[in-house]
Design a binder for this molecule. Structure first.
Ligand SMILES: C[S@@+](CC[C@H](N)C(=O)[O-])C[C@H]1O[C@@H](n2cnc3c(N)ncnc32)[C@H](O)[C@@H]1O
Length: 322
């Protein structure tokens, strides 16, 4: 079992967030089967492996082919590791094809983009450096940011900027994008930055005016909310009794979805309030473990990208599906 002293910290190009808390939350068993659906640079996977014995198994997945190449280079020789390209929404299918018939003792998802993706101008995730407007985590996916921004209806642009970016100037930015693309196509991140900077009339302290727009477009292009909402029930299905689900979110919409899902599953079946039922009849599938965890000040100082992170952990009960 995991204890605080044997959770080691590693430094990679992406600094893993809430590492110790997440690994403790998974309550790793020596011979357990663990699934990291967002391998990224492998910070959480590495810590899981450090806490697994020779009989344990880690399945590492990511929808980004480059993350998978990195995973193979780094852990391909470790006999406890299975590595596969795939989206978190397919966690059940992928697991069944990799380790048929087995249930997991823990599933971890560390949502969003990695620093490796953000810091590569060629991927188009960042407003900090000019690059192609791509933003696909899975570069084999059809729709990239440039195609969408050049063709989306103005009302759709407004909706995405509002919903995923919580951008109060969504209307102005959408209008400016539509005007701009009448004269030339939007192909570079630098163009989008210039449009947004001109369209946004005020400035937020310590926040680049294009932050919200880039976040919104990225979440839309990668269907991040849809991925998460499909993944959650499938992750519960792959867990063994006592298995843990650990989710690290970075966006209030994601965290709200995770919180509601875990609460509903911990409450059990939806009987009308006037019918007396026992916990056994309610069949809750999850038990919530501890309080949500956020990075402390020292972690945020060392890694400002951790500042909005929230970790939630739940455990699979022994109840069966209805
Ligand atoms: C925040 S990083 C994970 C970092 C990792 N925990 C580490 O310590 O290095 C998120 C990773 O999840 C991947 N990802 C995001 N959404 C995904 C999805 N729906 N399915 C699979 N992978 C996804 C991204 O490609 C990215 O590599």
């Amino acid at each position: 079992m995991t204890n605080r002293s044997n959770v080691k910290t590693i430094v990679t190009s992406h600094i893993p967030v809430l590492l110790e808390e997440a690994v403790l939350g998974l309550n790793i068993k020596n011979d357990g089967l663990y699934v990291d659906v967002t391998f990224g640079s492998g910070g959480h996977s590495q810590a899981i492996l450090e806490n697994l014995g020779g009989e344990g198994c880690l399945v590492a997945m990511d929808r980004d082919h480059r993350a998978i190449i990195h995973a193979r280079e780094r852990f391909g020789q470790d006999p406890r590791c299975r590595i596969a390209h795939g989206s978190m929404r397919d966690v059940d299918k992928n697991l069944e094809s990799i380790v048929p018939g087995r249930k997991a003792n823990g599933v971890i998802a560390d949502l969003g983009v990695s620093s490796v993706q953000l810091d590569a101008p060629g991927r188009g995730f960042s407003f900090m450096a000019d690059g192609p407007l791509d933003m696909r985590m899975d570069t084999s996916a059809e729709l990239d940011a440039s195609s969408w921004l050049n063709h989306a209806e103005e009302s759709e642009l407004v909706q995405v900027l509002r919903e995923y970016g919580e951008e109060r100037y969504a209307r102005r930015i959408a209008r400016a994008i539509v005007e701009y693309r009448k004269t030339r196509p939007l192909q570079r991140t630098g163009q989008l930055v210039d449009i947004v900077v001109d369209a946004v009339p005020t400035r937020e302290k310590n926040k680049h005016p294009a932050t919200r727009t880039f976040q919104a477009v990225r979440m839309y292009i990668n269907s991040e909310m849809e991925q998460l909402s499909t993944f959650l029930p499938r992750a519960v299905r792959v867990l063994a009794k006592g298995g843990r689900l650990a989710i690290i979110s970075f966006h209030s919409l994601e965290d709200r979805l995770v919180k509601r899902f875990m609460r509903e599953q911990a409450r059990g079946d939806n009987y009308p309030p006037n019918i007396p039922v026992t916990v056994r009849q309610l069949r809750p599938l999850l038990k919530i473990i501890g309080k949500p965890r956020r990075p402390d000040r020292s972690e945020i100082e060392a890694n400002p990208r951790a500042r909005s992170a929230v970790l939630r952990v739940a455990e699979r009960t022994g109840h069966h599906y209805a």
